[in-house]
Design a protein around this ligand. Structure first.
Ligand code: SD4
Length: 372
């Protein structure tokens, strides 16, 4: 159902709309698509934006929001679709085995209208990450539950489980990694440096160039191989603006492959993997969460837009702040303002994000180059 095509359902919503939503929906000029390095402008609401070409997930969120669902519930529909499809093997169950071969899930949801957040981190035995996050947000005063206790909570509140989150693919990947001396891994300054654990700490080195003549093993990581790549590390992070102009964001991921058990990435951290402020806009992020969560890039993006920055500049600025300290990190953000203007920026890889707006026939995928 398009907003041009007002059905009975929308009519009811329209009656109860606040005056500012009326102004936004009917008085915003219909802006043309501008593809390239700049911010892309779209027509009004609803609107769905997601990291990566997770087209089915965006379609699922669009179906919900176009049918009149709230931004929060539409985010859940979209991210759940990705969890069921196991998008890229890095969302939902069956991917990213940790050092013990186990898959765990990080997820977050944020309602920009109320600034409520719910999240689960390193959740075991439950496949429905985003639904568990919504249960935390809607049925507790907390923001973040972790590990086995998060699983117990989710199951006690009605989600299916306990479930084995491994898959034949994740087990095969893990077995090959073990056979390859557990390389690469996320350890640094440990002994043994180039084989499986148990590990013990060696001298702490502040940066790779630092030397210490008294230490036998002085590696900052156990191998020179990249730990984070296009296929080892993808997250769905989604923003939805519903027909009322309310914004929600959500994230779901099974994190980083061969992570140290207990590792939590940026996925469940508000302001890092996603963030939204009702009167400003939203941001979604993906990439090396261990680095990115130190900078809260999505908080940065939304606050920059609050201060008047265009989405493109806000996104680029957030990436640049990280790159100044970690020139080799891989990451990306997509920024979305309240007018429906969106833009991406990335560092170290080519990024794609997906959008569905009323002016589009179907989901459109936008490509962002690090040089953009
Ligand atoms: C993490 N940020 O756990 C997630 C993974 C990711 O693109 O986004 N990959 O670090």
């Amino acid at each position: 159902m398009h907003s041009r095509d007002l059905g009975e359902h929308f009519h009811h919503q329209f009656i109860s709309m606040p005056a500012n939503s009326f102004i936004i929906i009917f008085l915003l000029p219909l802006l043309s698509l501008v593809v390239g390095h700049e911010t892309v402008q779209t027509e009004e609401y609803p609107l769905v934006v997601s990291t990566w070409p997770f087209v089915e997930a965006v379609r699922a969120a669009w179906k919900a929001v176009d049918g009149g669902s709230s931004a929060v519930n539409s985010v859940v529909e979209g991210c759940s679709a990705c969890e069921e499809l196991r998008c890229d093997g890095t969302v939902g169950p069956g991917g990213s085995p940790d050092e013990n071969g186990e898959t765990t899930i990080d997820a977050l949801i944020m309602d920009a209208l109320t600034m409520e957040v719910g999240a689960v981190a390193a959740m075991r035995y439950v496949t429905d990450g985003i639904k568990a996050a919504r249960l935390v947000m809607q049925h507790t005063e907390h923001t973040l539950l972790v590990g086995e206790k998060a699983s117990e909570f989710a199951i006690s509140m009605g989600l299916p489980g306990p479930t084995n989150l491994s898959s034949p693919e994740s087990m095969e990947k893990w077995t090959k990694w073990k056979d390859g001396s557990c390389q690469p891994n996320f350890r640094k300054n440990v002994s043994p440096a180039n084989s499986c654990g148990p590990y013990s700490p060696t001298h702490y080195l502040r940066h790779p160039g630092e030397t210490c003549s008294s230490t036998a093993h002085m590696l900052t990581s156990n191998s020179g191989l990249p730990l984070v790549g296009l296929h080892s590390h993808d997250t769905i992070s989604m923003a939805v603006i519903d027909r009322m102009g309310h914004i929600a964001v959500g994230t779901s991921t099974n994190g980083a492959t061969f992570k140290i058990p207990g590792r939590v990435g940026d996925g469940p951290i508000a302001g890092s993997s996603a963030y939204a402020v009702e009167e400003v806009g939203a941001c979604c992020a993906t990439g090396d969460g261990d680095i990115m969560m130190r900078f809260l890039p999505c908080y940065q993006v939304v606050e920059s837009m609050r201060l008047g920055m265009e989405p493109k500049l806000a996104a680029k600025d957030a990436m640049a702040r990280i790159a100044r300290k970690f020139p080799d990190f891989l990451g990306a953000v997509v920024a979305l303002n309240k007018k429906g203007e969106h833009a991406g920026a990335c560092h170290g890889w080519t990024f794609k994000y997906s959008v569905r707006s009323p002016s589009m026939e179907d989901v459109e995928v936008f490509t962002v180059l690090p040089s953009d």
